[in-house]
Ligand binder design. Structure first.
Ligand code: NAI
Length: 348
């Protein structure tokens, strides 16, 4: 990790995003700055816009300065960015993931205390391949009325994500990995993904390995999520299953994520820009806050990560300042005030 300017001073690229992005990223910056003050850690945030806002300002959806900032800092915190449907510019998220080879999308799914859920005590890890599959964006019209969309699966990409999943499982004493696929239909592409996963699995005899078909997996997850531990998925399946699993713990307002590569890491929530609630002080910043906790661990700031997690959990346990998506009535800013108060050891 070479992103420090000096120990405990961190330059972080900040992409606020759009929709609820500025609200949730502003919330997280405030909480991390407060936690940093208490822990002797300083963050120098380097803010950049991306997507439609960046195009208006700089004439580029991803300004070159943003790329350079991530190259320099190697760590970014990112709010959601709206992607136009059925046309317009390519997804900023997908572009950044490809550009920095952020091949592993890591998404832990765990309940927070104080929140009732149909499934208490869920502890799932989603490992999603983040650079290949249908997301390579290779689509063209063959003849009018016929469109071809390519799904690219490579041995290199599949082996690398399987290794990531098994290494993570081994280091974190996780017992079981399920590779999720549709190799009964996509015999070559998903077949290759599975062959690579099986090969990697041989090196980790202490970790149980199984394979489930994606459609059955969705049903099995809803029937009994406890049967799964770590899920290894291609890009599209991982995207869909992540939202499904977010529902186990209370919804998209809660589910964090990290995009990890050999050189850089971008931390962002599972959710999108939520235009339906943008600018109304309704967004739940917990998902991005939990993503920033993953970032702190990545930076080696485990103590500070525990402090922020503790403050967050105390606000949930107390239930007085929860946002509407999880059954409360507090606005984003009241929730953030409560987390900051909890960090400072005061009443929340
Ligand atoms: P979405 O995740 O933005 O919203 C789905 C539902 O969850 C909405 O009802 C929304 O209000 C709710 N929700 C999401 N995050 C929430 C939060 N933090 N607090 C409270 N409620 C929350 O998904 P949608 O509507 O499909 O996508 C909107 C836009 O976001 C699209 O342009 C999409 O491409 C983009 N997107 C961007 C992502 C990223 O930047 N990483 C990821 C996913 C989608």
């Amino acid at each position: 990790m070479s992103h420090n300017v000096s120990p405990r001073n961190y330059n972080i690229t900040l992409i606020a995003g759009d929709g609820i992005g500025p609200e949730v990223s502003g919330a997280v910056v405030r909480i991390l700055n407060a936690a940093g003050d208490a822990a002797g850690v300083k963050f120098a945030w380097e803010p950049y816009s991306a997507g439609a806002a960046a195009f208006e300002k700089h004439g580029a959806y991803i300004p070159p300065e943003l790329y350079q900032s991530i190259e320099r800092n190697r760590v970014a915190l990112k709010g959601p960015v709206t992607t136009p449907v059925g046309g317009g510019f390519s997804s900023i998220n997908v572009t950044l993931r490809k550009r920095f080879e952020l091949y592993a999308n890591f998404r832990p799914i765990r309940n927070l205390p104080g929140l009732e859920s149909r499934y208490p005590g869920v502890d799932l890890v989603i490992v999603r391949e983040n650079t290949e599959g249908e997301y390579v964006g290779l689509e063209h019209e063959v003849v009018p009325g016929v469109v071809e969309s390519l799904k690219i699966i490579t041995e290199k990409g599949s082996t690398r994500i399987a290794k990531f999943a098994f290494e993570y499982a081994a280091r974190n004493r996780r017992a079981k990995i399920h590779a999720i696929h549709k190799a009964n239909i996509m015999k070559m592409s998903d077949g290759l993904f599975l062959r690579c996963a099986r090969e990697v699995a041989k090196g980790y005899p202490q970790i149980a390995y199984a394979e489930h078909i994606i459609d059955n997996t969705c049903m099995q997850l809803v029937m009994n999520p406890y049967q799964y531990d770590t899920l290894l998925l291609e890009n599209l399946y991982g995207d869909i299953v992540s939202d499904l699993c977010a529902a186990f713990i209370g919804g998209l307002g809660l589910a964090p994520g990290a995009n990890l590569g050999a050189e850089c890491a971008i931390f962002e929530a599972v959710h999108g820009s939520a235009p339906d609630i943008a600018g109304k002080d309704l967004a739940n910043p917990t998902a991005l806050l939990q993503s920033s906790i993953l970032m702190l661990r990545h930076l080696g700031e485990a103590g500070m990560a525990d402090q922020v997690q503790g403050a967050l959990e105390s606000v949930y346990r107390e239930r007085r300042f929860l946002t509407r998506d999880v059954g409360g009535s507090a606005g984003t800013s009241a929730f953030v005030d409560a987390v900051v108060a909890a960090l400072e050891g005061g009443e929340c």
